[in-house]
Design a protein around this ligand. Structure first.
Ligand code: FE2
Length: 458
């Protein structure tokens, strides 16, 4: 028996006191837990150990760190809390794999994660397997009242791991993008509609503006099912008349902005954005390079010509805002987005498609056969690219962060960031919601972030 579970009840004793209802709950929770853990392992399965230790910039964490940190979360907030006398096999991991939870103790510096060669990738995987087995044992020996306490934190840990699955994907993309050999994460998954030197012109719906009437909208999560604390409390917001584009902006449309010297014309940019363009010498989205007059981009399926029909991605808030100004539109507020998404099903190019890249809206549909009425429906609200909103990431009225370490999950970041909505091609379908609030600083662009235009009434 492992030291971690030595002081829990034995399986036989516990099972006698567990009702069939509790056993069913435990089974469902355990299945979900293992499904999420397995998916993380599968994302790392094609990587070599050398891939898993690189930190290409301070925002990026090595794959190995993601594997271990998500495991640390379960060890810290489940095992240490619910197993009396729990003794960590390797206590030093508490320091090494804490990310930002001050109430959980000291932590290693984020920007130095790439300097850590030990534990090895194999050891990080053994850590995962060991903690999984302890969680299994704990669940097998829980009664209903203990399960009531464990379940919300375990579900939080599952969603936390899904967030890190997305980060693992965007981080390894940044790592591979630094490499002149252009390593491939998943061969042939991303759509490939162009040959070298061709300017691609896959048929794509022109976007339309879908109009919404003024409404007092219910904003935030209603408490049914899981949500992060930053989606609460549910409250009412007056959302005046507005119109929202039927789909996100495409690469082709973004190229028109570039070719109109968008990156060289300060009139479109916020002051901070203009400073960033100058300092960083931006002239295109992240991962784009011009070769012989053609834009190429690095994808998780390799280096290839930019497909003009795909949603533009890897743009910052500053770029999204400048594009909107150039196009005579604006970014939506997060309230407009949430109000507009009320009738949109949660489906689309999410991580389950395993494309790991945004797709054109025309895939799988006969664009020429559509009526203009059909074109006035919102598409791609979920998946493909996160959509920048013009809303600062702020607490909803009445929001209070929980006391303790888990209260640090969201609340302390509510400053100097903007909200993004809808999920991306790296987000899980079971993770995203209409009320989900992602957030990043305005200059960040290594996530799959894009733009959907909005405008005020004519
Ligand atoms: Fe984390």
């Amino acid at each position: 028996m492992s030291p971690a579970v030595a002081e829990t009840a034995t399986g036989t004793e516990a099972e006698h006191s567990i009702s069939p209802t509790t056993l069913g709950r435990v089974e469902r929770l355990r299945d979900r837990f293992h499904q999420i853990r397995k998916f993380t392992n599968s994302l790392g399965a094609g990587l070599e150990p050398e891939d898993c230790v690189v930190q290409s910039m301070p925002d990026v964490s090595p794959t190995k760190w993601h594997l271990a940190h998500t495991t640390w979360f379960f060890e810290t907030f489940i095992l240490k809390k619910f197993i009396p006398g729990y003794r960590a096999e390797i206590p030093e991991y508490a320091y090494l794999f804490n990310s930002y939870y001050n109430a959980a103790g000291d932590m290693h510096r984020r920007d130095l994660r790439g300097l850590i060669s030990r534990p090895t990738v194999n050891e990080a995987q053994r850590y995962r397997a060991s903690i999984d087995s302890h969680v299994d044992d704990l669940l097998s020996n829980t009664d209903e009242s203990l399960l009531d306490e464990i379940e919300p934190i375990l579900v939080l840990g599952i969603h936390h791991e899904q967030q890190h699955q997305e980060l693992l994907i965007t981080d390894i993309k940044h790592v591979f993008a630094q490499n002149p050999l252009h390593p491939v994460f998943r061969p042939g998954r991303a759509r490939h509609s162009a040959r070298a030197g061709e300017r691609t012109a896959t048929e794509c719906r022109p976007y339309q503006f879908v109009e919404f009437d003024e409404q007092i909208a219910e904003i935030g999560h209603d408490g049914r099912g899981f949500a992060y604390d930053n989606e609460s409390p549910l409250h009412q917001v007056l959302v005046p008349d507005f119109a929202l584009a039927s789909r996100p902006v495409t690469n082709g449309e973004y190229i028109a902005f570039i070719e109109d010297n968008g990156y060289a014309r300060p009139e479109f940019w916020l002051s901070l954005g203009w400073m960033t363009v100058k300092e960083q010498r931006w002239d295109a989205p992240l991962y784009w390079t011009k070769r012989d007059g053609t834009w190429w981009n690095f994808t998780l399926s390799g280096f290839r010509p930019v497909d003009e029909s795909e949603p533009v991605t890897h743009i910052s808030y500053f770029e999204a805002d400048a594009y909107a100004n150039w196009a005579g539109a604006r970014l939506p507020t997060e309230f407009e987005w949430e109000r507009a998404a009320v009738s949109c099903a949660i489906e689309g190019n999410l991580v389950e498609t395993e494309l790991f890249h945004p797709s054109p809206v025309s895939v799988g549909s006969d664009v020429s056969a559509e009526t203009s009425e059909q074109r006035r429906h919102l598409v791609q609200m979920f998946g493909d690219v996160w959509e920048w909103t013009r809303s600062s990431y702020s607490p909803y009225p009445g929001y209070r962060a929980e006391p303790g370490a888990l209260g640090e999950y969201n609340g302390k970041f509510m400053c100097n960031q903007y909200v993004l909505r809808g999920g991306s091609c790296a987000t899980s379908r079971t993770h995203i919601r209409r009320t989900y609030r992602n957030f990043f600083q305005p200059e960040k662009r290594w996530q799959f972030s894009g733009v959907r235009l909005a405008r005020d009434p004519e």
